[in-house]
Design a protein around this ligand. Structure first.
Ligand code: ASP
Length: 359
């Protein structure tokens, strides 16, 4: 039975993953200057609005920071959302890709250096729930440094392989893995990314260690997978569906307990039914702002988000790629915050026991 406790115990003593010391020093400096700027902003009221009547400010765009490369699942949801928010909030909404750092740390840190006036927001995923345990010396506090603006979607993942793989079925894949142990490259969207998490869970489930190849997001990883430079990847359906349909990659299984109900993936078996009992990974996305935004601006953005989540075009685009748009109470800021806290509580013991770090 594959569950997170099983994963934790199977990963005890697993090696640590490190990035350069210089990056962490830079991030610490950024965090320090961020605190100073926020303090000055609060003192002098830089760019803050007493009420939401003039939000969004005429001629000032709302920027959605995506902490991964353009063309991946986080970018996909942010671009679809930007179109819906343009209608519901009535301003110009642009997407900015600030990729890099474990779990998209560079983009998240950039958000925290911005003026808390609702014009710079962040679209981020499950990294918000695994940051505190995967990244030691995190330069911010996920629970107290962000404004929670509501959740956007839940997205299943798929296990996919390069088109050159000799295997066509999951059984054949396992045989290929067994025959190539020690030589298999598993791509991911970066340390502490959703794809790394899914890949770690899958390796634990089949009890085989592979070489992790981190990229700055799904898009560059996908390019190399299609080109055959790496062997396998686990990633969100919002990026993999079109590549599976176009037969540019091979699909081996989906990470939900039930098969998906979209034409392109309806025949793809679940990893659970393929023998990885209990295997289930779903990635979620939410909308965030820097701490200190006026309450009525938060309420206005949340109302705009809720309208966007009901926008038929947004729903059609997202659900056509296997995502499930949030319709439950997690679209409320307080519930969003509670959900992230519950995810932190859920992943912390697992990641601690696994002794894996992404710093
Ligand atoms: N799918 C990526 C991840 O695994 C992120 C992205 O490129 O959107 O975290």
């Amino acid at each position: 039975m594959m569950n997170i406790d099983h994963w934790a115990s199977s990963r005890k003593g697993h090696s640590r993953i490190k990035t350069g010391e210089t990056d962490m020093n830079k991030l610490r400096l950024i965090a320090r200057s961020m605190t100073t700027l926020l303090g000055l902003g609060a003192l002098f009221g830089f760019g803050l609005h007493a009420n939401a009547a003039d939000y969004p400010i005429k001629d000032k765009s709302i920027t959605l920071i995506v902490p991964f490369a353009a063309g991946g699942p986080t970018d996909r949801v942010a671009r679809d959302l930007s179109e819906a928010l343009r209608k519901s909030l009535g301003g110009n909404v642009v997407v900015e890709n600030d990729a890099g750092g474990p779990g998209g740390l560079i983009g998240a840190s950039k958000l925290l250096r911005s003026t808390p006036d609702g014009h710079t927001l962040l679209v981020h995923h499950i990294a918000m729930g695994i940051f505190p345990s995967l990244v030691r010396n995190l330069p911010f506090n996920v629970e107290s440094d962000f404004e929670y603006l509501g959740m956007i979607n839940d997205v299943p993942m798929t296990l996919i392989g390069k088109p050159q793989l000799p295997a066509n079925t999951y059984k054949e894949l396992l045989a290929w893995v067994a025959a190539n142990k020690g030589h298999i490259n598993l791509a991911n969207a970066g340390l502490a990314s959703a794809s790394q998490l899914c890949g770690m869970l899958w390796q634990a489930s089949i009890q085989v260690d592979m070489t992790s190849v981190p990229y700055k997001g799904t898009a560059p990883a996908m390019t190399d997978l299609i080109g055959g430079q790496v062997d396998l990847m686990c990633d969100q359906t919002t990026s993999t569906t079109s590549q599976i349909e176009a037969k540019k990659v091979k699909a081996f299984g989906v990470t939900t307990l039930k098969r998906l109900n979209i034409p392109a993936l309806k025949d793809l078996a679940t990893l659970d039914e393929l023998g990885e009992k209990g295997f289930q990974v779903t990635i979620w996305h939410g909308l965030y702002g820097p701490k200190g935004m006026p309450a009525d601006v938060i309420a206005k953005i949340n109302a705009g988000l809720k309208a966007a989540l009901k926008d038929p075009e947004f729903v059609k685009k997202q659900e056509g790629l296997g995502a499930v748009v949030i319709t439950d109470k997690r679209s409320d800021p307080a519930e969003h915050k509670k959900f992230v806290a519950s995810e932190i509580a859920r992943w912390t013991p697992v990641i601690k026991a696994a002794n894996v770090y992404a710093d």
